[in-house]
Design a protein around this ligand. Sequence first.
Ligand code: ADP
Length: 480
Amino acid sequence: MSWSDFKREANFIGGEWQGADSGAAIDVTNPATGEVIGTVPNAGRAETMRAIAAADRAFESFSRTTADERAKLLRRLHAAIMDNQRALAELLTIEQGKALAESMGEVGASAAYVLWFAEEARRAYGDVIPSPWGERRILAIKQPVGVVAAITPWNFPSSMLARKIGPALATGCTSVVKPATQTPYSGLAWGVLAEQAGYPAGVVNILTGSASEIGGEMTANPIVRKITFTGSTPIGKILLKQAADTVKRVSMELGGNAPFIVFDDADLDKAVEGALASKYRNSGQTCVCANRFYAQAGIYDAFVEKLAAASATLKVGSGLEEGVTQGPLIDDKAVAKTESFIADALAKGGRVVAGGKRHALGGQFFEPTVIADATPEMNFAREEIFGPVAPVFRFETEDEAVRYANDTEFGLACYFYTSNLARAFRVTEALRYGQVGVNAGVITTEVAPFGGVKESGVGREGSKYGLDEYLDIKYVCLGL
Ligand code: ADP
C-alpha cells in the first residue's frame, strides 16, 4: 500500500468508516509546504458516545479471548505495520514534518511496542498468596480494566498510539482513541491496520474533531474505565479533574523540562553527540528533548563551541528530502514561541552562538540554535521550549548542578555526562526524574518504563509495568 491508501478521511467507529454527524470537516496541512493535504471529520460528543458504546459491546467478547489469541492478533498487527513501514512513515512526515528517517524510526518503534505487548500478553501473572486461614485459599488475578480512552499528541502521531493501543489489546481492553488534530492520519491509519490484522469491530475506535467535546465525553462517560493521555501538563490537569467525577484509572504523560548536565570529567565529544541527538530530535519537539544544558565551568567554553559547530552541520528542510535532519516546526505558533524564547534570552544577556532565527527556507523552518550565557531568569529555565533552541547554563559544583536540575515542577527525563562512577550513582539518585540517561542522550525503548514524576505525570508506558496500567487486580478468597 502507498501512503495515500492510509490517508483515511473518516473516523473508525464500531468497525465502520464514518464522517462527522454534522458533515463538518477539518483541514489537515503539510507543515513543510503549508498545503492542505485533506480533511478529517470534526466529530463531537454524539460520535464519541457511539464509539464508547461500540467499545463496550466489543469488550464483552474481547475481554474473554485467551492471552494466546490476543498475542497472535498483535503479531499480525506488528506484521501489518512492518509491511507498510515506508508508506506509514511517508504519511507521518507529510502531516507532521519530521525527517523521513525519524518517521521510519517512529513507525518501527510503534511495531516494536506492539511486538513487546504481544509477548507480554501471556505474562499477566497473578499470585497465589499464603493464606492466614487453614480453610481458605487466597488468589490475586489480573483482569482488563475495561473500555480505555486515549488522547495523543502531534509530535509522535504513530508511536504514542502504539503505547496505548498495544497494552490495551494485550490485556483484552477495548479502546476509543483521539489523535491530535494536526496529525490525524497516522492515528486513523491504526484503524486500517486493525482491519488488516483482523480485529473484531469495536475493539479499536478512532475519532477526530473537537478536543473538548471528545475529551469531555471520554472523561464523563462512566463506561470508560481508564483514560490515558500524552500531551501538555495544563490539558492533563483538566483531564485529571474531569476523570475524578467517575474515578477512572489514569495514565498521564505530560510536559518535561529536561536538564542535560555535562561535568568537567565527561567525554566531551560523546556529550556533544548525545546533546545533539537529545536536543534536535523532531526539531526539538519532544517532551524528553534536553531543554536546559548545564556545563561545568572547566569545560563550559569548549562544550559551547563544539555544540555550536555540531548544530551548524544539521540540515534543515522538507522531511522527505534526502539528507535532511531537521523538518519544519508544527505550526506558526510554535515558530513564534521559539522566537520569543530567543528574544527573551538576548534581552537578558544571552549570546547566540549558532542559528538564532527563522530559516532562509521560510515557512515554519527554524535554524538549530545555541545560546550561551544562559541564566535562571530566562524563560527557558522554567518553560519547555519545544523547538530547536539549546541554552547552555554554567555551573561550578555537583551540588549546584543537581539543585538547578531539580528546580522545576517537571520530572520526566534528565541526562548527565560523567566518567566518574561514584558521581554517576550519586547524581542519578539525587535527580528527581522518572528517567535518567547517564552518558546517553536518547533512551526511549519499548522494554523500559517511560514516564515522569511531579507534574510530568503518573503511570508508566512500555515495559512490564506498562501492562499493569491496563489491568485491575481482583482478590479472590476461596473457602474450601
Ligand atoms: P500539545 O502541546 O502537544 O499540542 P495538548 O495537550 O494541547 O498538547 O494536546 C494533546 C492532545 O490533547 C491533542 O490530541 C489535543 O487535541 C488534546 N486536547 C487539547 N485540549 C483538550 C481538552 N480540553 N480535552 C481533551 N483533549 C484535549
